[in-house]
Design a protein around this ligand. Structure first.
Ligand code: ISE
Length: 336
């Protein structure tokens, strides 16, 4: 039986997910969609052969919906994830799981009380072919003990509503999750270092920023986040170990060599750069649910990432190193 998915939020990423589910993911179809913008929802519903419902709650409660995909704005995620858990429906929730650690923790507690995994958080980089190679190299012991990592996260530009805090909670949250996953350990402190502002940054936006994340082992992950870099979307990562390094492959396309120069396009945004990873992520979710479970990044991972991002924001505000305090991982997530 195909998995009937309800999609909540049909903006850019939600619409992309709905199209992928309808045309490229095996074993799934989109049954229902909802968006506050009714016209946008109706257009996507018509395109993917789904019904447009009148509220997010109707999507969760629809008896014909087997699983839910949440791609609405971040501040709606926690309530919707809790509704899915109450209805015992598997849910793929876009990052962040919630915008505060308190809300994330409510989701963790509700899922733990349910007794089995229902939530996968949309940290799609864990499905990127390049990141997976870095992970394999580390886990295979081929670079020795991990000492530090250098990461770059550049967006071409951001909308005027984007704030300095969002560079941390919306963008660096990806490096936070990948650092926890690659190093298989928790991050215990964060320091945001002030950097000379780009003259092209919108008024009030601190851009770029430099973030130092300290892991429990003492390994340090350094992240440059620059959300107005102008030239395109650029994500890099090099993990330095005691006997070697592992670098994220930067996918190359259409390399042109002419007149003594070689050039290649830079993706304009994450939808292009991580398109294949999003597809893998969705296929993984659908396969796991059809096999009777949920795997991938857990709600505890979503909680921990938001907690570290909050420490980054605190460090930015207070101008000093901020510690990360995490509640104990419930037994349900011990092997997750
Ligand atoms: C955006 O919200 C995303 O999640 C992208 O993956 C990230 O690279 C970008 O910086 C964020 O603004």
């Amino acid at each position: 039986m195909e998995l009937a998915v309800g999609v909540i939020g049909t903006g850019n990423i939600g619409a992309d997910h709905a199209r992928r589910l309808a045309t490229r993911v095996a074993g799934a179809r989109v049954h229902a969609v909802f968006d506050l913008d009714g016209d946008r929802a109706a257009a996507i519903a018509a395109e993917v052969g789904a019904v447009a419902l009148r509220s997010a709650e109707e999507v969760v409660d629809d008896a014909a919906v087997d699983a839910v995909l949440i791609a609405s704005p971040g501040d709606t995620h926690a309530a919707l994830a809790l509704a899915c858990i109450a209805a015992a429906k598997p849910v793929l929730c876009e990052k962040p799981l919630a915008t505060t650690t308190e809300e994330c923790w409510k989701v963790v507690e509700a899922e733990a009380a349910h007794g089995s995994r229902l939530v996968q958080v949309g940290f799609m980089r864990r499905y990127d072919a390049g990141y997976l190679v870095v992970k394999q190299e580390i886990d295979g012991g081929r670079i020795g003990e991990v000492l530090l990592a250098h990461c770059i996260h550049r967006n071409q530009s951001v909308p005027p509503s984007f704030t300095s805090d969002m560079s941390l909670t919306d963008s660096v949250i990806h490096e936070i999750d990948t650092a926890r996953w690659l190093l298989t350990e928790e991050l215990v402190a964060a320091t945001v270092v002030p950097v000379r502002r780009s003259p092209l940054a919108a008024e009030g936006l601190l851009d770029p920023q430099l973030v130092l994340l300290e892991a429990a082992s003492g390994a340090v992950v350094e992240v440059e986040v620059f959300v107005n870099c102008q030239y395109g979307y650029d994500v890099r990562c090099e993990v330095v170990g005691s006997t070697g390094t592992a670098s994220l492959e930067i996918p190359t396309a259409n390399v042109v060599t002419t007149a003594g120069a070689r050039s290649q396009p830079v993706p304009v945004d994450w939808r292009l750069r991580f398109g294949a990873a999003y597809l893998e992520e969705l296929q993984h979710f659908v396969d796991a649910v059809r096999a009777g479970g949920v795997a991938g990044p857990s709600s505890y991972d979503g909680y921990a990432a938001t907690a570290v991002a909050e420490s980054c924001v605190r460090s930015l505000k207070e101008g000093q190193r901020a510690q990360v305090t995490l509640a104990k991982r419930p037994a349900l997530y011990e092997t997750a």
